[in-house]
Design a protein around this ligand. Structure first.
Ligand SMILES: Cc1cc2nc3c(=O)[nH]c(=O)nc-3n(C[C@H](O)[C@H](O)[C@H](O)COP(=O)(O)OP(=O)(O)OC[C@H]3O[C@@H](n4cnc5c(N)ncnc54)[C@H](O)[C@@H]3O)c2cc1C
Length: 384
């Protein structure tokens, strides 16, 4: 890799123009965050996506954007939990910067989430609690087993149906549609060059190939998510489906997760009485529309949580692939003048600030974050 980029990103150091020209393939969650931060650092950025700016084909747009380090910790690497908590502390600062740059305030909720189970499935709730106790014994201060009275204080409309719940105080969610729109505005305002409908066929050292046109940069970043599969050994897609409903008669203020012996449902509240219901997790790389079976499972579970969802309107249905490696951990791979950021799986929003920070550090020549591929660290050492 050539000379490191300017030492400035989330550190808040003053901006300075460096003249570095950086190409980014993929304008989903990571591509937009990186483009925006690099522009803030004074670099020139070219951003290529095969989609329009609204990015409806990205996993980032389809996601529920739950920030759920506890729920996601079970059976997974401890690092997901630790990076998730770290990211949750970084989001408010990023969103404040973004509001400054775009004029858009992105809703960020960090008031916890509630896990419930029907009477016949209460063993699932107890099992969930036991697993949390075993896996995160040092972090149980943010886990509260609630009786009906406490549940009534937290989410009054759930207390008629459920007798107990688990309150995960350190979880939350954000408005990802507002975030992606705000990032597009900020990138434009800061002078980023956005190429819509630009299918990228190759990302190599310092080069992005868009169909038969070759664009050369000082450094390139491949942030195409599942779309990078052909050029990324070991990457797979994990299909996820979500439904959007508008339910003005329902008042849930926090994300709610329903434990069920066969599948889990979550309900993520968004502005304007919209709830995102999801998400299926299927080992398939199909992005065909949501199936009848998945819709029935999601909607019947939804109705069982709160009967007022019966009158809700189904306004959108999405299916998309989460980009994942075999270990389901993100990776930042640096080879020559190309950085590949991928494998965020079902943790894109949960981990984005930490992945962003580690990628920006790698661009500056600091490869020490454990997310950064070690062979690249070795290459760097060999260079010296
Ligand atoms: C149903 C579902 C629910 C989810 N829920 C959550 C959640 O609650 N919390 C959470 O933290 N995470 C969640 N995720 C995961 C999260 O959305 C992803 O981890 C994240 O979006 C990955 O970011 P990315 O930038 O790598 O990929 P993406 O956001 O998918 O962006 C990739 C971009 O690259 C573009 N692209 C692809 N191929 C090409 C090409 N050849 N040429 C040009 N452009 C290309 C695409 O159009 C897209 O814009 C969910 C995902 C799904 C599918």
């Amino acid at each position: 890799m050539t000379a490191p980029l300017s030492a400035n990103h989330l550190t808040g150091e003053p901006l300075r123009a460096t003249g570095k020209h950086i190409g980014i393939a993929g304008a989903g969650l990571m591509g937009r965050l990186l483009a925006w931060q690099l522009l803030r650092c004074g670099h020139r950025v070219g951003l290529f996506d095969r989609d329009k700016k609204n990015g409806e084909a990205s996993a980032g747009r389809v996601a529920a954007a739950m920030l759920a380090p506890y729920s996601e910790a079970l059976g997974r690497e401890r690092a997901i939990f630790d990076w998730g908590l770290e990211s949750i502390t970084l989001w408010p600062r990023l969103l404040a910067q973004l509001e400054h740059d775009s004029g858009v305030q992105v809703s960020f909720q960090h008031r916890g989430s509630v896990v419930v189970a029907h009477q016949q499935d209460r063993s699932s709730l107890r099992h969930f609690n036991q697993r949390l106790t075993t896996q995160l014994p040092d972090r149980l201060d943010a886990v509260e087993y609630c009786d009906q009275q406490r549940l009534c204080q937290l989410e009054p409309e759930l207390a008629d149906t459920f007798t107990d719940a688990i309150f995960l105080k350190d979880e939350g969610c954000l408005d990802n549609w507002a975030l992606l729109d705000a990032l597009a505005i900020a990138i434009e305002k800061l002078g980023g060059q956005w190429h819509e409908d630009a299918e990228v066929t190759q990302v190599n050292s310092a080069v992005i190939v868009n169909i038969d046109e070759t664009h050369t940069f000082d450094t390139v970043i491949d942030a195409r998510g599942f779309g990078a599969k052909a050029q990324t050994p070991g990457l797979r897609g994990v299909r996820g489906e979500v439904l959007w409903v508008r339910a003005p008669d329902v008042r849930l203020s926090r994300p709610v997760r329903l434990m069920h012996p066969r599948y889990q449902l979550y309900i993520a509240p968004k502005p304007d009485s919209i709830y995102v219901i999801g998400a299926t997790e299927i080992e398939s790389e199909s992005v065909a529309p949501i199936t009848v079976r998945s819709s029935l499972e999601l909607l019947s579970a939804l109705y069982s949580v709160h009967t007022s969802f019966a009158e809700a309107h189904i306004i959108r249905a999405f299916a998309q692939c989460r980009p994942a490696f075999m270990d389901n951990l993100p990776r930042i791979e640096c080879v020559d003048d190309c950085i590949k950021v991928n494998g965020l799986y079902r943790h894109g929003y949960l981990l984005a600030p930490v992945v962003l920070q580690a990628t920006l550090s790698a661009l500056q020549g600091n490869f020490h974050h454990p997310l950064v591929n070690t062979s690249c660290q070795a290459a760097r050492v060999a260079e010296k």
